[in-house]
Design a protein around this ligand. Structure first.
Ligand code: ADP
Length: 407
């Protein structure tokens, strides 16, 4: 089935047209800087030259129109008719407590996504805009919402409750939700397949390390703990997000720096993390190259990042009474031998031994085991593919062959 996957940010629409029958991407692209003086439009048809252009694109609806025009243009030979697309899969960041699975979008679902605006003010509003724009352009086919939080619905109360008055959970649903669920789900399933492991007897720790980063403990196929919490701001240090802090620091900063709450929000989301520590960059490649040139703060940012990965892995091994595999994925996890090595050094007591040669020689984009043969724990690098999970879920729900695809 040909499925269009849509991922909308506040000023961007990413898309991926996927043939789910053979799990192949047909065309992907992005419209960025929507609403700015000029927007950037990129299209990458599979196996052909990609294109990049600047255009004036005022809103998400026009971005969708631009994408559909490209896909339908006879010059591009991608699809000949709009009816070739059989379903649309939408990435929705926050499903609150309501959505444990992907769902067919109707008015009730849209209302529930809107109700979760308060929980994810940066993400859910553009996600809903994208849904509405896509429904306008493709009104006759099923639209399916796939939630970043859904895979973590299996967290037990002792992992999702915070140490605050319980009425705040009851009234406002303040609890750990967890994010990057489709990625943690995908790489764990790839691992079971690859190593022929029985899901029910296997424990894995998945490290999704991109600009946003989260680590999950997956026991018997279910997420039982994860580093991100109520919002994607928490957990480990990220590109520009602070990760966990002593909450008292917030009161202290507001007082000492005389900050308004919105400035504090911006500081913690956009000016903290690796960027904040290094004072130089949020991008791991830049930090690594400056650290090599002797920049102490860039080195410290890398050290903090790797130390936090190690701490999560150690604690999740404790929580699960050991694990079968540690899996690295996303931009940093897939591409940085240095981060993988530093995060896992001196963990041989816990049965983790990395093979330095395999780690260093891994070709980006490849799936590989990078632990030594003697290592009790498999260390894996598995490229993530969240779009494929979204496409497959959308296809399953659209064809009503299986209403509960989270196996
Ligand atoms: P996003 O969360 O935006 O999807 P990605 O998964 O694309 O992010 O990851 C982006 C991160 O991956 C950036 O910090 C980037 O520096 C890092 N990265 C990409 N390639 C490399 C590399 N070769 N070495 C180290 N880090 C890399």
């Amino acid at each position: 089935m040909l499925v269009l996957v849509i991922n909308c940010g506040s000023s961007s629409v990413k898309y991926d047209l996927i043939q789910t029958t053979d799990e192949m991407g047909v065309c992907r692209g992005v419209v960025e800087r929507i609403g700015a003086v000029t927007s950037i439009v990129k299209h990458e048809p599979a196996g052909r030259e990609s294109s990049k252009d600047t255009k004036v694109i005022a809103n998400h609806s026009e971005a969708l129109q631009e994408i559909m025009n490209f896909l339908l243009s006879s010059d591009n030979e991608i699809i000949s008719d709009i009816s070739d697309i059989k379903a649309v899969g939408h990435r929705v960041v926050h499903g609150g407590e309501m959505f444990k699975d992907s769902v067919l979008i109707d008015d009730v679902v849209k209302e529930a996504i809107e109700q979760a605006f308060d929980l994810a003010p940066l993400h859910n509003p553009p996600n809903l805009k994208g849904i509405e724009a896509a429904q306008d352009r493709l009104p006759d086919i099923p639209h399916v919402a796939v939630f970043d939080t859904a895979f973590h619905h299996s967290l037990p109360p002792h992992a999702y409750l915070y140490g605050i008055p319980n009425r705040l959970y009851r009234r406002h649903k303040i609890r750990r939700y967890g994010f990057h669920g489709t990625s943690h789900y995908f790489v764990s399933r790839q691992y079971y397949k690859l190593r022929k492991k029985s899901k029910s007897k296997t424990n894995v720790i998945t490290c999704h390390l991109g600009n946003g980063a989260s680590i999950s403990a997956i026991k018997g196929g279910e997420s039982i703990d994860t580093s991100m919490g109520f919002t994607p701001l928490s957990g480990m240090v990220m590109g520009t997000r602070s990760g966990d802090l002593d909450p008292s620091i917030l009161f202290y900063i507001v007082e000492k720096e005389e900050l308004q709450l919105n400035s504090l929000h911006a500081m913690l989301n956009r000016h903290s993390g690796l960027l904040g520590i290094s004072g130089y960059a949020s991008d791991m490649r830049d930090l690594i190259s400056e650290a090599k040139n002797g920049d102490r703060r860039c080195q410290q940012a890398i050290d903090v990042f790797c130390y936090q990965i190690k701490k999560y892995i150690g604690s999740y091994m404790g929580v699960m009474n050991g694990c079968d595999a540690v899996i690295f994925t996303a931009g940093i996890g897939e591409n940085s031998p240095l981060v993988r090595k530093k995060a896992l050094e001196q963990m041989d007591h816990l049965g983790i031994e990395i093979d330095e040669q395999k780690n260093n020689e891994l070709v980006p984009g490849k799936t590989e085991r990078i632990s030594t043969d003697a290592s009790k724990v498999d260390v894996m690098v598995i490229p993530t593919n969240e779009e494929l999970v979204i496409a497959i879920d959308a296809a399953k729900i659209a064809s009503a062959s299986d209403q509960s695809p989270w196996v």
